[in-house]
Design a protein around this ligand. Structure first.
Ligand code: UTP
Length: 307
């Protein structure tokens, strides 16, 4: 029997240690890093709100203060901008405090993504819900989450977002073993492996940071022991659900072919910022032309590189 409850809530885990991005993540979550002129997390919240998920729960850690402040109002700053008549900046700061209804819960110990999702159980209750990872940005011109919600409603199971990656890159991701579903645009997931070696990977389909989950995942997570890296892995719980028949069972995949920007490590983050900045109307042309000259001049190449 498929669940008919609609998807209304989004869960955004932001409690990870962000070790790949130290030292900047020492006192600040990586989701607060600026991507052009907004923190990465704001793009993710906007994406959730754009598909009607205005009830948002963030799973935070010890450094939650900056996140809460960003989505809160700052009356003194608003008053100053109002006095100056700076409507544009006023609108920009008000935008982030008017996005949906944001709640926070703390993950005492960052014990893995699965453990972070389990912290959402009380808030989510017995409804299917979306999970969006704050270091994966999906271009607002490309659709993903809306389609995943439709697949969840049609199948009654859980849905993961998949993307083709080069074979040698699969060991950085969870990987899915899938078969097509006749007459449908989505695939059935039979198995999931967290960060496999390329020779052990069942496909080149990587799990990216969007999920629409059946609430049965909570009971499964409670029984899921530590997996890779000693952490409670969401992938392991989904593997159990993929094998389950009946209520809450079944995992499906939506293969995303749009634009995705990874902000979780230093090099991908820099590429994401440059790509998105080049697309900005107000300075994209200037930036592209500067980049062309910068590269043509060989500027910025460390002196040792040519030695
Ligand atoms: P990552 O796998 O990117 O882990 O988590 P991380 O710890 O943040 O980063 P590195 O690998 O040490 O650099 C994916 C998402 O899950 C959240 C992270 O905040 C990120 O958005 N997460 C991860 C939690 O909320 N809690 C955890 O215990 C682990």
């Amino acid at each position: 029997m498929s669940t008919t409850k609609p998807v209304r809530k989004a869960v955004i885990p932001v409690a990870g240690l962000g070790t790949r991005f130290l030292p900047v993540t020492k006192a600040m979550p990586k989701e607060m890093l600026p991507v052009v002129d907004k923190p990465a997390i704001q793009y993710v919240v906007e994406e959730a709100v754009s598909v009607g998920l205005s009830d948002i729960l963030m799973i935070t850690g010890r450094n939650k203060r900056a996140l809460e402040d960003h989505f809160d109002r700052v009356p003194s700053l608003e008053a100053t901008l109002e006095e100056k008549g700076d409507e544009k900046k006023l609108a920009a700061i008000q935008e982030s405090s008017n996005l949906g209804d944001i709640h926070y819960v703390r993950q005492g110990d960052p014990n893995g993504l699965g453990h972070a999702v389990l912290c959402a159980e009380r808030h989510v209750g017995d409804e299917p819900f979306a999970v969006l990872l704050g270091d994966d940005l999906i271009d607002e011109r490309d659709e993903l989450l809306g389609e995943m919600i439709r697949v969840q409603q049609a199948t009654g199971g859980s849905v993961v977002a998949l993307m083709e990656v080069p074979a040698e890159a699969i060991s950085a991701y969870g990987c899915a073993d899938v078969t097509p579903v006749e007459g449908e645009s989505y695939v059935q997931v039979h198995g999931l492996v967290e960060k496999p070696a390329p020779e052990d990977a069942p496909s080149n389909l990587a799990i990216i940071g969007r999920y629409v989950l059946h609430p049965a995942v909570f009971e499964v997570l409670k029984e899921t022991g530590p997996g890779r890296g000693g952490e409670i892995q969401l992938t392991d719980a989904l593997q159990t659900l993929a094998k389950r028949e009946g209520e809450g069972g079944g995992v499906y995949g939506v293969v995303f072919r749009g634009r995705r920007y990874d902000t979780g490590d230093k090099l991908s983050y820099l590429k994401a910022v440059v790509t998105l900045a080049c697309g900005r109307e107000e300075f994209g042309d200037d930036l592209r032309s500067w980049l062309r000259d910068f590269v043509a001049d060989g500027a910025g190449v460390p002196a040792s590189a040519g030695a």
